[in-house]
Design a protein around this ligand. Structure first.
Ligand code: NAD
Length: 250
């Protein structure tokens, strides 16, 4: 059966060709969802949506900009009438050490990864409340759990750990409205966020330290998002799903 038949799903940071967001949009569409792709560049978002099928839409949205989140949400509501699923996926990273984090970098990393989750959720939740249902999944990272993944700096760890707290608090607050809020915590997934930043030798060494002996791919994170978006997870809220090949077993 189609797991998202007739559902409307909004996914942030979903225009990047090899990214987790676009893989999620494709998987959701293959399960019957209509998708709203949000990304920084409107043209790229529209193109990504059109490549999946004519019923899907792309919208410009910088998730760190509250007005942009409200606008993109209003446009999606105007086009589709409802939003059943929100995937707070947009994120950026920066490989620096604690003593190198300057104020502007702290703000940039926290704004996109953490503030963006708040703003887009604030825009969409009133519509989910009016509908009486909704599922929100938020992108955290193994970096939040183990104090650094492989590429993200301490500000990235802090932002992604903040996402866990924010999502759990929203899960408590909106459970009575039948809105579920969960997180995924991927390990090292091969996308453009890390492209060119690790040598083949480094990748092989990392893979050897992971129980499943390989890095992950975008579709494997999309699968976890699909579970959380669908009614298969109807009694799951405030949860954190590791998608890391066993890199962190706790
Ligand atoms: P990616 O760079 O391919 O995708 C990130 C997307 O977010 C891009 O399309 C980018 O344009 C978009 N984006 C950036 N800033 C934005 C903003 N302000 N507003 C809206 N969109 C914005 O990388 P990815 O690996 O697919 O990353 C997706 C998410 O997964 C990120 O939150 C990232 O931190 C997280 N993550 C990735 C890994 C990994 O190993 N790849 C591991 C754990 C978590």
């Amino acid at each position: 059966a189609l797991l998202l038949d007739g559902k409307v799903a909004m996914i942030s940071g979903a225009a990047s060709a090899r990214g987790i967001g676009l893989a999620t949009a494709r998987l959701f569409a293959s399960h019957g969802a209509t998708v709203a792709i949000l990304d920084l560049d409107e043209g790229a978002a529209i193109e990504a949506a059109a490549a999946i099928g004519p019923q899907h839409r792309g919208y410009a949205c910088n998730v760190a900009d509250k007005d942009a989140c409200l606008q993109a949400t209003e446009r999606a509501i105007a086009d589709f009438g409802r939003i059943d699923v929100l995937i707070n996926n947009a994120g950026i990273t920066q490989p620096v050490k604690t003593l190198e984090i300057d104020p502007a970098s702290w703000d940039r990393i926290l704004d996109v990864n953490l503030r963006g989750v708040l703003y887009l959720s604030q825009a969409v939740i009133p519509h989910m409340q009016a509908q009486g249902s909704g599922s929100i999944a938020c992108m955290s990272s193994v970096s939040a759990q183990r104090g650094g993944g492989i590429l993200g700096g301490p500000h990235y760890s802090a932002a992604k750990a903040g996402v866990l707290g924010l999502a759990k608090a929203m899960a408590r607050e909106f459970g009575p409205s039948n809105i579920r809020v969960n997180c995924v915590t991927p390990g090292l997934i091969q996308t453009d966020i890390s492209a060119g930043k690790l040598s083949d030798q480094q990748k092989a060494e990392i893979a050897a330290s992971i129980p499943l002996n390989r890095l992950g791919n975008a579709e494997e994170v999309a699968g976890a998002y699909l579970f959380l978006a669908s009614n298969l997870s109807a009694y799951i809220t405030g949860a954190v799903i590791d998608v890391n090949g066993g890199m962190l077993i706790h």
